[in-house]
Write a protein that binds this ligand. Sequence first.
Ligand code: ADP
Ligand code: ADP
Length: 220
Amino acid sequence: HAMIEAVGLSKRYGPKTAVHDLSFTVRPGAVTGFLGPNGAGKSTTMRMLVGLDTPSSGHATLNGRRYADHAAPLHEVGAMLEARAVHTGRSAFNHLLALAATHGIPRRRVEEVVDLVGLRQVARKRAGGFSLGMGQRLGIASALLGDPATLILDEPVNGLDPEGILWIRNLLKSLAAEGRTVLVSSHLMSEMALTAEHLIVIGRGRLIADTSVEEFTRQA
Ligand code: ADP
Ligand code: ADP
């Protein structure tokens, strides 16, 4: 089954320890929230999970495979790792088409994903001029292109309007309900309580809790 596994994952930047000895498993079927304050090490951990950053020690596996120093393929994992504008003169559609082409993904999947994330109305507009919310949708579209069994999204609701937040919540829940493995980070407990069933909580790079939202809320 599709699964994310972190095994003693650590990352040091010079004298600074960003992530310390993190071990956890993310299972398919329910959204797992990755909760922690800003600077806790969520982004660093997610980069290591998808093979975009090399751990100082420990390792991560996606569906039993390691991607230690190369990014996992798009059909294996779809990731949106930082909310940043796409700096391109291309239209959103052409941006996705180019990404699809380099990964051997057919055009009809681009069409499908554009509709899925609600970008149809602006698909022909220049992606570089998108609002934060539309940029987030484009990021999510890119993550979904390969029809991945595993999704890893870093703070996807940041900067979204209420409608966009509701939309992402429902999308993540339905993708998880289809049997996908969904890990989504946030610094807001209130947001995670409404989105996730399971929680991995970190602080200062260390594991604080790995439990159901229900259980975590009861303890807190
Ligand atoms: P979060 O995503 O939870 O906000 P980050 O993973 O971005 O946390 O950061 C964790 C810690 O690691 C922070 O103290 C941050 O300053 C530090 N850090 C992250 N990336 C780097 C880097 N490339 N070089 C040095 N320090 C970094
Ligand atoms: P497969 O492509 O392996 O048959 P599913 O049977 O789960 O995947 O697909 C069922 C429906 O879900 C299809 O209409 C497809 O467009 C949609 N779908 C497939 N993958 C994704 C995805 N990553 N994100 C959102 N919807 C998807």
